[in-house]
Design a protein around this ligand. Structure first.
Ligand code: PMP
Ligand code: GLN
Length: 384
C-alpha cells in the first residue's frame, strides 16, 4: 500500500456494516435508507435496460441528465449553470470530490477541511498529494456544532488552494446559518480560494429551515464547485449517480481527472434520474417530512435510553453524547454496542484528524423504517 493511503485503513462504514451482519444487530451505522426511491424512477431504469440503454454514455454524462441537473439547480437554489460546460455527471458524490482534488490540487497545496468531516475527504486530498488543514466545528451552549470564522481564517495560509464545506453536515446534522455561509464566502473571496461544497443532503433540511447554496453568494459562482447526488435525493444510494456544477474551467479540470478514473457513469440510471429531477418535487418533499418524523422518533428513543442528543437540523444522522452513560470512548462503545444492546452505530471520532474532540460522540442513522427504528430504540433501553 502506498504511503499516501497507509494512514487511512478501512472505511468505518464497511467496518460497522460488517459488524452488523456478523452480530445480527440493527444497523443504524452506515447511512442508507432501507426503503426504495420513487416507483417511477425504479421503473424508468428497468425500462432503460430493456430498451438497450446499456452502452457507454458520453463521458460528461447524458445531455438530458446534465440539463435536468441544471434546471433543478436553478429551481431549487437559484444557481444558474450551463448544462453544456458547467455540469459533470460522476460516479456518486464521492467521485466528484476525488476528481476535484486530482484535477485542481497540486502536490503540496493545502486543502482546508471542517472536522468532523466525511471520511472520503482526507484520503482524496492525500491521493492528489495535497496537505490537509483542519478546522474543528465545536458544540455551542445548545450542543449544535458550529463554525468559528476566526478559526477558519487562521487555517488559511499562502498555500491554501481549496476549502471543502459540507452542509447539511455529516455527521453532526448541522445546517450552516446565513452568517456562517457568508463568513465562508467572504474569506474565500478575500483569499481567492476554490470552494468545494458537498450538498448531498441539500433536500434533507428540517423544521422549515433552508439550505443555502454557497455558489449563489456574492463572488462565489466563479470559485465554487457544488456537488450533489441522486443517491440521497431519491434514496438510491447504490446507483452511484452524482454530479458537480461550477464554472466551466473548474468543471473541465474535474472532468480531466474523471475521464481517466471511470470515463462515465452507469447508463440506464442516467435517463431515469433525469426524469425524476424533472418531475414535480412532491416525492422529495414527502421524504423530507417522513425523515423529520423519523428524526424525532429516534431522538426521543435515544433520550429515553439515557443518551442525550442535539436535534439535527438536517441529514440522515443524529449524534448522541455517551458521557451521560458514564462512557468516554465512542469507538470502544460502538464496538461493544452489538453485544450490549444489539445495535450498530458509528463513532464520531473517526471523522477527525485526531480522535480527542469526537470521543464522546456516537452517530445514529434514522433513514430507516419505523419498525427498524422502534426495534433499535427498544434494544437501546437496556443501556440504562
Ligand atoms: N458526501 C457526504 C457528506 C456523504 O454523507 C456521502 C455518503 N452518502 C457522500 C458524500 C457520498 O455520496 P455518493 O454515495 O453519492 O458517492
Ligand atoms: N454516507 C454514508 C454515511 O455517512 C455512507 C457512505 C459509504 O458507505 N461510503 O453513512
Amino acid at each position: 500500500l502506498t504511503q499516501r493511503l497507509r494512514p487511512f485503513g478501512e472505511t468505518i462504514f464497511a467496518r460497522m456494516s460488517a459488524l452488523a451482519v456478523a452480530t445480527g444487530a440493527v444497523n443504524l451505522g452506515q447511512g442508507f435508507p432501507d426503503t426504495d426511491g420513487p416507483a417511477e424512477l425504479l421503473r424508468d431504469a428497468q425500462r432503460a435496460i430493456g430498451e438497450g440503454v446499456n452502452q457507454y454514455p458520453p463521458g460528461p454524462g447524458l445531455p438530458a441528465l446534465r440539463e435536468a441537473v441544471a434546471a433543478a439547480r436553478l429551481r431549487d437554489h437559484g444557481h444558474l449553470v450551463d448544462p453544456a460546460t458547467e455540469v459533470l455527471i460522476t460516479v456518486g458524490a464521492t467521485e466528484a470530490v476525488a476528481a476535484a482534488m486530482l484535477g485542481l490540487v497540486e502536490p503540496g497545496d493545502e486543502v482546508v477541511l471542517l472536522q468532523p468531516c466525511y471520511d472520503s475527504y482526507p484520503p482524496a486530498v492525500a491521493m492528489a498529494g495535497g496537505i490537509t488543514r483542519f478546522v474543528t466545528l465545536r458544540p455551542d451552549a445548545t450542543g449544535r456544532f458550529g463554525l468559528d470564522p476566526d478559526e477558519l481564517r487562521a487555517a488559511v495560509g499562502p498555500r491554501t488552494r481549496m476549502l471543502v464545506v459540507n452542509s447539511p453536515h455529516n455527521p453532526t446534522g448541522t445546517v450552516l446559518t446565513a452568517a456562517e455561509s457568508q463568513a465562508i464566502a467572504e474569506l474565500a473571496v478575500e483569499r481567492d480560494l476554490l470552494v468545494l461544497t458537498d450538498e448531498v443532503y441539500e433536500h434533507m433540511v428540517f423544521d422549515g429551515g433552508r439550505h443555502i447554496a454557497l455558489a449563489t453568494l456574492p463572488g462565489m459562482a466563479e470559485r465554487t464547485l457544488s456537488v450533489s447526488s441522486a443517491g440521497k435525493t431519491f434514496s438510491v444510494t447504490g446507483w452511484k449517480i452524482g454530479w458537480v456544477c461550477g464554472p466551466a474551467p473548474l468543471v473541465a479540470a474535474v472532468r480531466a481527472a474523471k475521464q481517466f478514473l471511470t470515463f462515465t457513469a452507469g447508463a440506464p440510471f442516467q435517463p431515469a434520474v433525469a426524469a425524476a429531477l424533472g418531475r414535480d418535487t412532491a416525492w422529495v418533499t414527502g421524504m423530507r417530512t417522513d425523515l423529520q418524523a423519523k428524526r424525532d422518533r429516534l431522538c426521543a428513543g435515544l433520550h429515553a435510553a439515557g443518551l442525550p442528543v442535539v436535534r439535527p437540523q438536517g441529514t440522515y444522522f443524529v449524534v448522541a453524547d455517551i458521557r451521560a452513560l458514564g462512557e468516554t470512548d465512542g469507538l470502544a462503545f460502538c464496538l461493544d454496542l452489538p453485544r450490549r444492546a444489539g445495535v450498530v452505530a458509528v463513532p464520531v471520532q473517526v471523522f477527525y484528524d485526531h480522535p480527542a474532540p469526537g470521543r464522546p460522540f456516537v452517530r445514529f442513522a434514522f433513514c430507516k423504517t419505523d419498525a427498524v427504528l422502534d426495534e433499535a430504540i427498544d434494544r437501546l433501553q437496556s443501556l440504562t
